[in-house]
Ligand binder design. Structure first.
Ligand SMILES: Nc1nc2c(ncn2[C@@H]2O[C@H](COP(=O)(O)OP(=O)(O)OP(=O)(O)O)[C@@H](O)[C@H]2O)c(=O)[nH]1
Ligand SMILES: [Mg+2]
Length: 1066
């Protein structure tokens, strides 16, 4: 189904596409909506948009390559969406022809592979179960504390796994949810096929064979019984004997030996009729495919598995309905009653007239104008031909009458029209699924944006804007403010996120083409035309306003790779702007923002994705030539505990250090901090703040970075007034928040350097940053002030009306967004507010210091009107500045994003591979040899900054054998100090005063600073004069030394001659 040119060129799927298949199995008829999604990690957002619309998934695994990180991602996406997967182990022919395994070796390889896939599923299952168990235990233990004290001593270590039945979860051939296949040769089978065949042949019950054909069973032909323990008794397992041996025999006869008599025998015994065209073909694979596709046809095997194991739309689980309708943070019970009742309609999945229509649009996709059935050419009627003839004649006549200037004007106009027409050649269709009711042409439905919330809507008396393309055209606009948000503005309630639209075009998707239809009943995947003016990326479509916006989809790959894009021609700016808007709509995982400099920043998931987006922009959406900047690599800034070893691994001691540690060049004169705590003052001198920066414990950083969704939910509770939190958050989220609190407390208390705050770690946290969800913490180190805790929304803490802490938190958020090294966000830094002294001031003059305690109301600070602006603003900028300075007095480091990748390589290319990794500052984490082969599986880490062209280089170096896919792994501290210069005796000895060896962190930092137009402390030409005069001097020096040696030589010569002469005279 890969119909795009670039897909065919690269040989990978880039966009998911759907097809409706009609399948008959005996009496039963099925309509299967199949969506083919890409496997490359850069396009995993396409998997997310596909998985959202499906009820089941068919996961394909390569029998040779085995389980790759993509397999893990795909299974996880299916798991998160709550859909049921089936497995196809493909490319089994490679085990025969490439690896030349025997049937028994192949069996153990397949078994191993199955175990690996099941291990992933098991991991997903147990992690969810254990989380649930931990949560329920929390509730239990709290109940216990109030109850019997004796019982508290008992500890229940069961994790709930023993009682839970997880057998239905795993892939097992005997259960029928695994198909073994070779798509290239057109064959595939499930165990049931052979069970049926051999039950007739051997007279063994089919159910018995179904259970024993896969597994450690063997046949004792004498006893005519099947026994367990084939491996222990060195017997052939049934699967090898009855299945693999036969397949191997066919390959052996047709491909390896090309033995005609054997082939005829096989074809005869299988009762097949092979067309002569195939049997006489010079390529044996064609002959093989003809035999195998008749013997074990692939399509029926896979479709039978899908129809018997994947649920139909009628079998939607209630839990999945809740998952679709409501985010995990929110409680389903908090929805209005009408909304809760809609869940029944989901379950019934009725397509009758009175059922409410509910559908979900997961993405918009672009089709060529000519692909729409209404635009396809059809034979003209005689009348139409006559009309056209008359029109052409008229035009020619007009042209003859026109003067030359008018002619050129007219031609210009026609060109403009043509261009406009061309621009409109690509049409957006909404990729959707109907969950309830029937969608009809001409029907009026509400398009609900992702932010729509029925709770905020007056459902009995809704006020809505009508279908108004002009009004909602702001959706397509991309600007700094609304790059990915919905651009609807005006109005205060949920009504601005809902629009009433008349459905004009409905299509059934058939791969590349589409078929126009009048109506689509519940349970189907479809394309809806004419919605691109109303939907940015995804939306819910419903006839009822009680329907909530579906839960946002989870995307596995974050858009991490950014480039700046400009048109080559300044006059094309408008076209690029429009093109960017269209690209933003057409791709779920692309992010676009407009910089103050007028450049567009395009964020994509990886190199391949970036290439596709640029191609799309150039060829389809903008149709202009572009200049694209070098990739912009994200960095993070952090601080570390003072290092104990220097760059030569020598212990840094007082006597060892020759000079003082270099002063951070970013600190200007007079900004020296006393110790680690910096003191800053507001411009009006009314408030003095003491701020300290400390590196957060690694565990806490890990916790915070994995809890972004929770922190967001927490932020919602504090930002909504009146402690609304308890109403908003689901009990599950509240439990998770409690667990997070406990883990955070443990994380802090395990480190000794944090013991001074042990009285109340959590209550002291004023905020997380940046954007209230990051991995930096603002801690209140004041001994008496106890307000502004970040948990106040969930525990109902006190909130003073005049808390200056709001300004402090805001200043902290700003400081976290851009650090002092190169204006990149901070990570893992804790800012401690050590003190704040408010001067009881009048007219901005200090009359004395006053520290605030919990019960004191902060004084109302008055300033000379207009001199320094509002006090809160001053406080914000002072805190921001204070945080930056506190950061600067600590050992600062850059953090680089790391990619992980799995590479399969043979021993011959291993050396080359390591050389590539070494050159790019990558490293190997694990290396293991695949059993029974010479293939090594290598797991490596590569910094994102060095990863451009990595996949291509590895592919070239390994002659196309290895083509790694890069996944974002983590942030890693670059060990070098960006401001390092040799300071200890050893360092001076080793590196010299100039330290000419490259400082990687400094290089990265300077590159970012240069890009951002910040000052860079770098000398472009060092010793310029000396270099210029080097030659002359060198010559002089050379002459000088020659001269001296010449003199010496002559002196020696003369002395050797003259001295004996003198001696003789004397
Ligand atoms: N030997 C062998 N090669 C196969 C088989 N099935 C597919 N291939 C080859 O594998 C390559 C990739 O096939 P695709 O069908 O594009 O794989 P895909 O899973 O759709 O790939 P993406 O969509 O890009 O993830 C092609 O070169 C196929 O010829 C098979 O059964 N045996
Ligand atoms: Mg594909």
């Amino acid at each position: 189904m890969d119909c795009r040119e670039d897909e065919q060129l690269r040989g990978i799927t880039m966009k998911s596409s759907a097809i409706a298949l009609h399948y008959t199995n005996g009496e039963e008829e099925f309509l299967i909506n199949l969506i083919d999604s890409p496997g490359h990690v850069d396009f995993s957002s396409e998997v997310s948009t596909a998985v959202r619309l499906c009820d089941g998934a068919i996961v394909l695994v390569d029998a040779v390559e085995g389980v790759c990180p993509q397999t893990h991602t795909v299974l996880q996406q299916a798991w998160l969406e709550g859909i049921k997967p089936c497995l196809v182990i493909n490319k089994i022919d490679r085990l025969i022809t490439e690896l030349q395994y025997t049937p028994t070796e192949a069996y153990y390889r397949l078994q191993d592979l199955l175990e690996q896939v099941n291990a992933i599923t098991g991991g997903l299952f147990t992690s969810e179960l254990m989380e649930a168990a931990a949560n329920s235990k929390d509730i239990g233990s709290r109940a216990d504390t109030q109850g019997d004290k004796e019982e508290e001593v008992m500890y229940d270590w069961s994790d709930g796994l023993d009682e839970t039945d997880d057998s239905a979860l795993y892939f097992s051939p005997e259960a029928g949810n695994v198909v073994f296949a070779s798509a290239l040769d057109g064959w595939g089978f499930g165990v049931s096929h052979f069970a049926e065949l051999y039950s007739k042949k051997l007279g063994i019950r089919q159910e018995v064979l179904q259970r024993t054909l896969w597994g450690n069973f063997y046949l004792n032909s004498k006893a005519k019984r099947i026994f367990r323990g084939a491996t222990a008794k060195a017997k052939k397992p049934l699967f090898v004997q009855f299945v693999l041996d036969n397949i191997w025999a066919v390959y052996d006869a047709v491909v390896l030996q090309r033995d005609k008599t054997k082939i005829e025998k096989i074809v005869g015994s299988l009762g097949l009729k092979i067309p002569a065209r195939d049997s006489r073909h010079t390529d044996p694979r064609v002959h093989l495919a003809a035999i195998c596709s008749q013997w074990l046809p692939l399509a029926p095997a896979v479709l039978a598995m899908a129809t018997s194991h994947l649920p139909s739309p009628l079998q939607l689980e209630p839990s999945r309905v809740e998952r679709l309708m409501c985010s995990t943070a929110q409680s389903f019970d908090s929805f209005p009653v009408q909304t809760q009742q809609l869940s029944r309609d989901f379950l019934v999945c009725s397509s009758s007239e009175d059922a409410p229509t509910i559908g979900f649009v997961s993405k918009l996709f672009c089709v060529d104008h000519s692909m729409l059935p209404q635009n396809q050419s059809r034979p003209l009627t005689m009348e139409e031909i006559a009309k056209r003839r008359a029109a052409v004649k008229q035009r020619l006549k007009d042209q003859e009458n026109l003067s030359s200037t008018e002619k050129s004007q007219k031609e210009g106009e026609e060109d403009g029209e043509k261009r406009e027409e061309e621009e409109e050649r690509s049409v957006f269709l909404a990729f959707a699924r109907i969950y309830s009711g029937t969608l009809r042409r001409g029907q009026e439905v509400y398009v609900l944006q992702p932010r729509y919330d029925p709770q905020e809507m007056d459902l009995d008396n809704p006020r809505l804007c009508q279908d108004d393309p002009a009004g909602s055209s702001s959706l397509g606009h991309v600007g700094p403010g609304n790059a990915n948000g919905v651009g609807a503005d005006g109005g205060g309630g949920a009504e601005r996120y809902a629009t009433k639209v008349k459905i004009t075009e409905l299509y059934i998707l058939m791969g590349r083409g589409v078929v126009q239809v009048e109506s689509v009943p519940a349970g189907n995947v479809l394309g809806i035309g004419g919605l691109d003016q109303h939907i940015l990326k995804s939306a819910t479509v419903s006839t009822s306003l009680a329907c909530p916006a579906f839960r946002p989809m989870s995307f596995a790959a974050a858009p991490i790779l950014r480039v700046a894009v400009e048109p080559n021609n300044a006059s094309d700016t408008a076209a690029l702007s429009r093109g960017m808007s269209l690209l933003n709509q057409a791709d779920a995982s692309v992010e676009i923002s407009l910089q103050a400099t007028g450049e567009y920043i395009l964020s994509t998931a990886g190199e391949v994705h970036l290439q596709r987006c640029l191609d799309d922009l150039r060829d389809t959406f903008a149709k202009v030539t572009l200049s694209v900047s070098a990739p912009i690599v994200p960095f993070r800034e952090t601080i570390i505990p003072p290092p104990k070893l220097d760059t030569l691994n020598e212990v840094i001691s007082e006597e060892n250090v020759v000079k003082l540690a270099p002063v951070n060049p970013l600190l200007s004169e007079g900004e020296r901090a006393e110790g680690e705590i910096v003191t800053v003052q507001t411009p009006n001198k009314a408030c003095t703040l003491l701020i300290q920066a400390k590196p957060l414990p690694e565990r806490v950083v890990g916790l915070l970075s994995s809890s972004t969704a929770l922190l967001k939910a927490l932020y919602l509770t504090t930002s909504s007034s009146g402690g609304k939190g308890q109403v908003l958050l689901s009990s599950e989220t509240l439990e998770k928040l409690k667990k997070l609190r406990r883990d955070l407390e443990e994380g802090f208390s395990s480190e000794e350097s944090w013991s001074e705050f042990s009285d109340d770690f959590l209550g002291r946290i004023w905020g997380f940053g940046p954007k209230s969800t990051g991995t930096n913490v603002l801690l209140c180190g004041l001994s008496e002030y106890r307000r502004g805790s970040v948990w106040r929304g969930v525990e109902g803490g006190r909130e003073g009306p005049q808390g200056y802490h709001h300004s402090v938190v805001y200043g902290f958020q700003l400081a976290c967004q851009a650090g002092p090294l190169c204006e990149e966000p901070l990570r893992g830094v804790c800012f401690v507010l050590r003190g704040w002294n408010f001067a009881a001031s009048e007219g901005g003059e200090t009359t004395g210091d006053k520290s605030l305690s919990e019960d004191t109301t902060p004084p109302v600070v008055k300033t000379v009107a207009g001199s320094y602006g509002p006090f809160s603003g001053q406080l914000i900028s002072t805190v921001k500045e204070g945080c930056r300075r506190a950061f600067q007095v600590q050992p600062a480091r850059l953090m680089s994003a790391m990619y992980t990748c799995n590479i399969l390589a043979t021993a011959e290319v291993l050396g080359k591979l390591y050389a590539v990794l070494g050159r790019r500052n990558g490293r190997v984490c694990a290396e293991e040899m695949r059993e029974g082969s010479t293939v090594f599986s290598i797991q490596a880490l590569v910094p994102v900054a060095e990863s451009f062209g990595f996949a291509e280089e590895v592919r070239k170096k390994t002659s196309g054998l290895a083509s790694p896919q890069l996944f974002f792994s983590h942030w890693e501290v670059i060990p070098n100090d960006p401001f390092w210069v040799p300071s200890s005796e050893e360092e001076l000895l080793h590196f010299g005063e100039k330290a000419d060896s490259e400082n990687l962190a400094r290089r990265y930092m300077n590159a970012v600073r240069k890009r951002k137009g910040l000052a860079v402390d770098e000398k472009l030409v060092e010793h310029g004069e000396k270099q210029r005069t080097l030659k002359r001097k060198q010559i002089a020096q050379l002459l000088c030394t020659n001269h001296v040696s010449f003199l010496c030589h002559h002196l020696v010569y003369m002395s050797s001659r003259i001295l004996p002469f003198l001696a003789r005279i004397c």
